[in-house]
Design a binder for this molecule. Structure first.
Ligand SMILES: [Zn+2]
Length: 283
């Protein structure tokens, strides 16, 4: 479990991570979030919509486990009923019922999948393509893959997870590529501890790249929020006493507070650049 507790603020919250974590105890003036951010980055929840023309299941999945799910179904006439309506009219009614069902599933998905970044749509035949057209633009953009399976297929989760992992790898590589280009042309990027700390404090970081498991011993001055690697008893800027910290943790906290996205990577170029860097929103 991961527990955040503060006696002063009467705060206690426990989380069960999807995998077991290394034991550690950290006392800090702010929640120590680095291991949790790395877990969230590694085991990202994703959405899965499994459907055909009259049944649907919507899932939020994290690492083989279903966190939430919803089932929907609709009676859709499949055969020509005797008497009453013509074949053409019957087909029109049936189509209308399917469209209404897709709309209903899309509304439910929008609600249930509001927190996930990636969505996979699975099911037999062309239903999934028709259905995707009913999604809002925002949700449509988050669809990273389609899987052709029977509605009753039990083993769709591993395939969906693989699709998500592949997409994620691809998007991290793309972002890293942009970052390296910006570094080369001295554009919207920073690297190395000093520059990255400064940019993170200024709220400039859009994407923060951190070498996996990187730790840099340093200090923070809670009074003026100065953070630097190394050791010092008193802050050189305001003279107040400092606390020992992991500089990387502090950068992550700064970036997180200003809505930066934290990306943990294994990359040789980033290693050479000091293990940490960021793509900036502005300069
Ligand atoms: Zn200070």
């Amino acid at each position: 479990v991961i527990i955040f507790a503060s006696h002063v603020n009467s705060f206690f919250k426990a989380y069960k991570p999807p995998v077991s974590v290394e034991s550690q105890l950290v006392v800090d003036t702010s929640p120590y979030i680095k291991p949790l951010m790395q877990l969230l980055d590694e085991y990202e929840s994703f959405g899965l919509i499994l459907l055909d023309t009259h049944r649907a299941r919507i899932y939020v999945v994290n690492h083989d486990k279903i966190e939430t799910s919803k089932r929907l179904s609709k009676d859709i006439m499949n055969r020509h009923r005797k008497g009453g309506c013509s074949q053409a009219r019957f087909q029109r009614l049936r189509r209308g019922a399917i469209n209404a069902f897709f709309k209903e599933v899309s509304d439910a998905a929008e609600h249930l999948l509001s927190e996930v970044k990636r969505v996979v749509v699975a099911g037999p035949g062309t239903a999934k393509d028709e259905f995707i057209e009913y999604l809002t633009d925002d949700l449509k953009k988050r669809v990273v893959g389609k899987i052709d399976v029977d509605f009753d297929e039990k083993d769709v989760l591993p395939a969906a997870e693989e699709t998500v992992i592949e997409d994620k790898k691809h998007s991290v590589l793309k972002k890293l590529d942009v970052f390296k280009k910006e570094v080369l042309r001295d554009g919207l990027a920073v690297y190395g501890v000093e520059e990255t700390v400064a940019a993170a404090r200024n709220g400039q970081i859009n994407f923060l790249f951190v070498l996996k498991d990187l730790k840099i011993k340093g200090w923070i001055c809670e009074h003026c929020q100065a953070v630097e690697p190394g050791e010092t008893r008193n802050c050189p800027y305001c003279g107040k006493p400092t606390s020992e910290v992991d500089v990387i943790e502090e950068v992550i906290e700064f970036a997180e507070r200003t809505d930066g996205e934290i990306v943990f990577v294994d990359d040789d170029t980033l290693k050479e650049l000091g293990g940490i860097g960021g793509l900036l929103r502005f300069k």
